[in-house]
Design a protein around this ligand. Structure first.
Ligand SMILES: NC(=O)c1ccc[n+]([C@@H]2O[C@H](COP(=O)([O-])OP(=O)(O)OC[C@H]3O[C@@H](n4cnc5c(N)ncnc54)[C@H](OP(=O)(O)O)[C@@H]3O)[C@@H](O)[C@H]2O)c1
Length: 247
């Protein structure tokens, strides 16, 4: 940890490596363990009963301001932030770094069939944006101010290995998967995550969009069990889950 460049520590907003954020953010800025040099972290903020949004798609705000700052800090530390088309439709997010000091990541939207229109904010003013679509969708090379980048199809939407390779070719190696549930789940199921940050808020919703969209197991032994460390973020609890990326 002591060898980390000063610039990265500045971006972490830490005064010294002894600060409490080191265990949480240190792995994100350490040299990547995978041979492709990429590091992929996903995050989600969920209710106590496991939902990331209401059925109508409202997710602002499940977690508190400390977790929102945490999300912006992840953006500042990453070269690229990925969201699925469902999140763009529901939230019309900007995906910029505003709540902490630090640079904006390149914004990356997954839209297999190229159904999103250019009026969404992510395609307007702001940092560079890439719209990833299947190669056979055709159309102009831009969507608003975003560059359209073809990526081959996978078993569900765009191929996740190809998404990571496409970003790596552009020098975008610290990759944050911001949501929503389908996107995070597909990265997790594809073995494409190095780290998963799940913030649990003390809120019961009774129903909504699940954090993880997985087929149910019939036996507990078939479920995936994780190790984690916990971090208090205001009233919320952040679960920091280390994973081993396969692709
Ligand atoms: N609480 C939180 O932390 C949080 C964070 C973000 C979003 N949200 C909420 O989550 C909701 C949206 O989540 P969602 O799960 O419905 O959708 P989503 O993950 O945002 O988007 C999923 C869509 O992305 C496209 N896609 C393309 N390639 C994909 C791939 N490889 N893997 C996954 N998706 C791929 C697919 O649409 P096409 O087939 O059209 O390409 C897919 O249906 C919104 O209500 C938003 O407010 C909550």
């Amino acid at each position: 940890m002591d060898e980390l460049p000063q610039e990265l520590w500045r971006r972490l907003l830490l005064r010294s490596p002894a600060d409490a954020g080191v265990p949480l953010y240190g792995p994100l800025v350490a040299p990547a363990g995978h041979r492709d040099g990429c590091f992929v972290v996903a995050r989600a903020a969920q209710s106590l009963d496991g939902y990331i949004a209401t059925r109508d798609g409202e997710s602002y705000w499940i977690s508190g301001k400390e977790d929102i700052a945490h999300t912006h800090r992840l953006r500042a530390l990453c070269d690229a932030v990925i969201v699925g088309s469902g999140t763009v439709r529901a939230d019309n997010p900007q995906l910029t770094t505003r709540e902490v000091e630090g640079p904006n990541p390149v914004r990356v939207v997954l839209d297999t069939e190229r159904r999103l229109d250019p009026t969404f904010r992510v395609f307007g003013e702001g940092p560079e944006t890439l719209l990833l679509c299947a190669p056979d969708t055709g159309g102009p090379l831009t969507c608003g101010r975003a560059h359209v980048v073809p990526v081959r199809r996978g078993p569900a939407g765009l191929d996740i290995g190809a998404i990571i390779a496409t970003l790596a070719e552009r020098g975008l190696r610290r990759i944050m998967v911001e949501g929503g549930g389908i996107t995070v789940t597909n990265f997790l199921q594809a073995g494409a995550l190095d780290r998963l940050h799940v913030t649990v808020a003390p809120l019961l919703m009774g129903g909504g969009i699940p954090a993880f969209a997985l087929p149910p197991v019939s036996r507990l032994s078939e479920g995936r069990r994780f190790g984690w460390t916990t971090h208090r973020l205001g009233a919320d609890l952040l679960l920091d889950i280390p994973l081993v990326r396969r692709q």
